[in-house]
Design a binder for this molecule. Structure first.
Ligand code: FES
Ligand code: FES
Length: 152
């Protein structure tokens, strides 16, 4: 199929797409957007989290055909040109990135949380990020980053 999808505000097309391949594969391999990471490919780790019509989803669980005509926003689409989004900048400033594999998904999940809850409590942050696994940081610096972003 030819896939038509709006990605980060831009109308994009990909040809010869198999309807059942994942949106994550389309983004990374066909549209040149490697920000969303492929770690588990089964909805367990959250590293592939993107917005689909404004709702965070695991892109590895969305079939390409399901994305037809819809709007996707990836971690690349959060920045304004060279200006990082406040969540992205806070992850940098708080030292919340080690290997970085989990980071794009956590950034999107935290971005969504702060849209819904501008001043989240620690339990609210933990709840919002519960679907995003990090093997490196022990999560403390990630919590610091979200708390910092909430102040900005
Ligand atoms: S790669 Fe999608 S949830 Fe892990
Ligand atoms: S920084 Fe390595 S998995 Fe989170």
């Amino acid at each position: 199929m030819r896939l038509n999808v709006t990605v980060n505000g831009e109308a994009r097309q990909a040809d010869d797409v198999w309807e059942g391949e994942s949106l994550l594969y389309v983004l990374r391999e066909r549209l040149g957007l490697p920000g969303s990471k492929n770690a588990c490919e089964q909805g367990e780790c959250g590293s592939c989290t993107v917005y689909l019509d404004g709702t965070p989803v695991c892109a590895c669980l969305v079939a390409a055909g399901q994305a037809e005509g819809r709007e996707v926003r990836t971690v690349e689409g959060l920045a304004e040109g060279d200006q990082l989004d406040r969540v992205q900048q806070s992850f940098v400033d708080a030292g919340a990135v080690q290997c970085g594999f989990c980071t794009p998904g956590l950034v999107v999940a935290a971005h969504d949380l702060l849209k819904r809850v501008p001043n989240p409590s620690d339990p609210e942050i933990r709840e919002a990020l519960a679907g995003n696994l990090c093997r490196c940081t022990g999560y403390e610096k990630i919590l610091d980053a979200v708390r910092l972003a909430a102040t900005r």
